[in-house]
Structure formats: structure tokens, C-alpha cells
Ligand binder design. Structure first.
Ligand code: ASP
Ligand code: MG
Length: 472
């Protein structure tokens, strides 16, 4: 059987009308003869509302989580009456309201304990997808398709890292095939919850914010789908954020590596882990706009031709801090870098960019601004002895910086790309604080003052010939 796995994000199931549009897109692939597995996010904004309710419960704000429950109930019931056929409305409404009763009980328990564990938070936020998958399935049934809601707790087996659990690939593959293939064979359309999984013991976990893309790719790969389609609300992966660069264009084709680089660096369309299972299984990912389905979107494959001008896209992240460890006594001393990053890792801080100049007198790295103080404290403790000996003179953070990443497989071995990038910055008087390029040569990252980021992205976009038309 030819299988197509389709994931729909929050805006694609944001209200009754969007759900109806989504159901028609699913139905169209069924009509083409595909076995279709749909994977859905929570309705837009619902995950955030659930997180707020859980957080309020921790501090005993019962009025906050009670009113959140009521708002969620109203919103879901409205969607049900707008897109589910009469005959199904009562049952689905009952299921949704019993899930929201569970929300109330969970929040009350959190409130009594005065503690919100990661495990408790996962049980609460999972409710968004558990509700939306029922409504989408109900809508499909009204259109004449034999759809069934399926909870991914039966399919995606994960470790117990609540909040950003890691799937156990082989077990997930097996469970997914065991549950979904018979449904497909029987002509059914499974509508699966994105974002969630369960431990071996059956406790609900989540894959991290935006994790439904990853769910879609995990399930699509396990089933040997022909393609994995990620439906979102933009025309695929763009050359830059269109809010920064009005000339940004949709990319017809990119490689898995480019998509992952862009996703890691803040292009919001895709969860960065999405590429992993698909790439391993050699399954193309297609990004499409459910509000503009005739647009071809972006196809992500292994063999996408590198772009001629080298650069494929540009992304930027703000709100970062640059940490510097400096000292003349570091020259030629092995183990300093290891100590730096061990200390930072012990704090659970993730590092975005690293540079060390060949004079070996300082190491710089970028962390989220909110982690900078902790990173400094950890380094001061780690290097107390070296500080006393003055082998290390300074450990400091520069706040309010951002990173711009210029991405493209075609940059590899193409001379002149970096020259154009830095010329674009120099000609606008933008100061570059530090630069990193890995030997894969498909990502050139540099650190700037946050205030310069937007102009920098526009300048590099235009100078990298991404604006379309004639290229200077
Ligand atoms: N609903 C989850 C979130 O908002 C997962 C997803 O939509 O991808 O993060
Ligand atoms: Mg998303």
C-alpha cells in the first residue's frame, strides 16, 4: 500500500473552518488511493493555555485554571459544532469535556501538592492533542471517511525525560506498525495525536514544544511512507523570516542538512529533530501551506541540488549572551576547553556557537541570555584555582547579542561567500563580534549586537542574491 503521512500544525486545526479545510486535504489524498495517516497538533494556542493553567495550579490559583478550562471547553465545543456531523457531535463533545474534567482534576492535584513536576506538566499539556485528534476524526467521518482517533501513547515509546522525551526508535517502529498498518489495511484513516508519547510503563510524555512535526516524521518513517507532508501556515521553508525580509521567497527544494541547520537556528517552520527519522529512512518531507494548498511548498530530500549562489537561507536568533573565558595562561594548556564545556553542561545549559582563536587566549561561546549568569557562576567555580594563579584573567558575559546563521550546502568549497556576507555587513557599518564556521561549510554563523540583527539579515539576504531578480 502507498502510504502518505500528513501532519497538521495548530493553525491548520485552529477552528472549525480550518479543521474542515484540513479534513478535505486528508480526504483528497485518500481519494488519490493513498493510505493516509494524519498527525495533528493541538488547536493553536491550546498548548500554551494548558501550560499557563498548570503553572497557575502550582501556585494555587484555582480561579485561573478553572477559567482556562471553561475557555478551552467553549472553544472546542464551538469547533465541534462547526465541523462535526450532527450524529457524532454529542459523543465527541462528551469526550472533550471528560478530558477537560481530567484537566481540572490534574490541576487540583498539582495545587494541593503545591508542586508541578515535569511528568505532571506532560499529562496536562498532552490534553490539547488528545482533544484535537477526536475533532479532526469526527469531521472526516462527516465527509464520509472512516477516520479513527489514535493516541500516540500507543505508538511512540520514549524514555522518561518528561518535557522533551527521546523516542526509542525500534520499539516505536514496531508499535506503530502493529497498530496503524491493520487500520490502514482495513481502509481506515488514523488521526493521531502529535507531540506525545509514553514510556515503556505507559506514562505519558511529550517530545518538546513544536514536537508534532517530529511525531509526523517518526510515524511516517516507521510506516515506510512515500512522503511525509507537514502542513503549516506558510508556503514552505523561506529564504528568511518574511517579517524581517519582505523579499523572502519560498525554497522549492532543500536538503535534510540545510533544513536542519535552518530549523536549529530559529526558522520556526519545522522542529529541528524532524529531519532525523526521515533522513535515516530516506523519505522526502514536503512542507505545505494548508491555507494555500496549490502552492508546491518546499521538498526536503537527500539529493536537493545545492544552490548556485551558495547561500540557501538566513536565520537569526536574538536574546543571547556571549560568554568569554580569557587568559594568557591558557596558551598550550590542554583541557581548558573540556573544563569550560563540562562546567556549562553540568548546568544543563545548551551552547549555540563556539569560537577559539588560534592564539588560544580566549574561548567564546553563546548561550541563551537567561542562562548567562548561571554559566558565569559555574565557570568561576570551575576555574577558581586558575583564577587565583592568574592563568585565567577574565570570565565575562556580553548580553543582548544575537546570532545570524547563513546556511547552504552550496557554500562548501565555493570561495567568496564569506567575503560577500562580511562585505554586506561592513558596508552598512555593522560590527561583527565573533564568527564560526564548521568544516561542513554549510553554516556560517556570526554574533552581532542584537540591535543590528534585522539590518544584517536584510543586507546579507540581498548581497547573497536571495532577493530574486538581478543579483549585484
Ligand atoms: N502542540 C504542541 C506545541 O504547541 C506541539 C506542536 O504543535 O507541534 O508545542
Ligand atoms: Mg510547529
Amino acid at each position: 500500500m502507498r502510504i502518505r503521512t500528513m501532519k497538521f500544525g495548530g493553525t491548520s486545526v485552529g477552528d472549525g473552518e480550518a479543521i474542515r479545510r484540513t479534513a478535505k486535504l486528508i480526504g483528497a489524498s485518500v481519494d488519490e488511493g493513498y493510505g493516509v495517516v494524519a498527525v495533528v497538533s493541538a488547536m493553536s494556542g491550546v498548548t500554551a493555555a494548558l501550560i499557563r493553567a498548570a503553572t497557575a495550579a502550582e501556585t494555587g490559583q484555582a480561579d485561573v485554571f478553572r477559567s482556562a478550562r471553561l475557555q478551552l471547553l467553549t472553544r472546542h465545543l464551538q469547533a465541534i459544532s462547526a465541523c462535526v456531523a450532527e450524529a457524532d457531535q454529542e459523543q465527541i463533545s462528551e469526550e472533550v469535556s471528560s478530558l477537560l474534567d481530567l484537566l481540572l482534576r490534574l490541576c487540583e492535584s498539582v495545587s494541593v501538592l503545591g508542586e508541578l513536576t515535569d511528568r505532571g506538566r506532560d499529562a496536562i499539556v498532552a490534553l490539547g492533542e488528545r482533544m484535537s485528534c477526536r475533532i479532526v476524526a469526527g469531521c472526516l467521518r462527516g465527509l464520509g471517511y472512516d477516520a479513527v482517533p489514535v493516541e500516540a501513547t500507543r505508538l511512540i515509546v520514549t524514555d522518561a525525560r518528561y518535557g522533551s522525551a527521546n523516542p526509542l526508535m525500534e520499539e516505536t517502529r514496531q508499535a506503530t506498525r502493529d497498530v496503524l498498518l491493520p487500520l490502514l489495511e482495513a481502509g481506515k484513516v488514523p488521526v493521531v495525536t502529535g507531540f506525545i508519547g509514553a514510556t515503556r510503563a505507559g506514562v505519558t510524555t511529550t517530545l518538546g514544544r513544536g514536537g508534532s512535526d517530529f511525531s509526523g516524521s517518526l510515524l511516517g518513517s516507521a510506516l515506510g511512507s512515500e512522503e511525509i507532508w507537514i502542513w503549516t501556515d506558510v508556503d514552505g521553508v523561506l529564504t528568511a523570516d518574511p517579517r524581517l525580509v519582505p523579499e523572502a521567497r519560498s525554497l522549492p527544494e532543500i536538503s535534510y542538512a540545510e533544513a536542519a541547520e535552518l530549523a536549529y537556528f530559529g526558522a520556526k517552520v519545522l522542529h529541528p529533530k524532524t529531519m532525523l527519522p526521515a533522513q535515516a529512512a530516506g523519505i522526502p518531507i514536503r512542507i505545505k501551506n494548508s491555507f494555500n494548498p496549490d502552492h508546491p511548498g518546499t521538498l526536503i530530500t537527500a539529493k536537493a541540488e545545492p544552490s548556485e549562489q551558495g547561500v540557501r537561507g538566513i536565520t537569526a536568533v536574538k536574546g543571547l549572551s556571549l560568554v568569554t573565558v580569557e587568559g594568557r595562561g591558557m596558551l598550550g594548556v590542554p583541557g581548558i576547553a573540556a573544563k569550560v564545556f563540562t562546567a556549562v553542561a553540568r548546568e544543563g545549559i545548551s551552547v549555540l556557537v563556539i569560537t577559539q582563536s588560534s592564539s588560544e587566549q580566549n574561548i567564546c561561546f553563546v548561550v541563551p541570555g537567561s542562562s548567562a549568569e548561571r554559566a558565569i557562576a559555574a565557570l568561576e567555580a570551575e576555574f577558581a584555582v586558575e583564577r587565583a594563579r592568574q592563568d585565567i584573567d577574565d570570565i565575562r558575559a556580553q548580553h543582548n547579542v544575537g546570532v545570524v546563521a547563513v546556511v547552504g550546502a552550496g557554500m562548501k568549497g565555493t570561495p567568496g561567500v564569506a567575503a560577500r556576507v562580511f562585505d554586506a555587513l561592513g558596508s552598512r557599518g555593522i560590527n561583527v563580534i565573533c564568527i564560526a564556521q564548521g568544516s561542513s561549510e554549510n553554516n556560517l554563523s556570526f554574533v552581532l549586537d542584537e540591535a543590528d540583527i534585522e539590518e544584517a539579515v536584510r543586507a546579507v539576504h540581498s548581497r547573497s542574491c536571495l532577493n530574486g531578480g538581478a543579483c549585484a
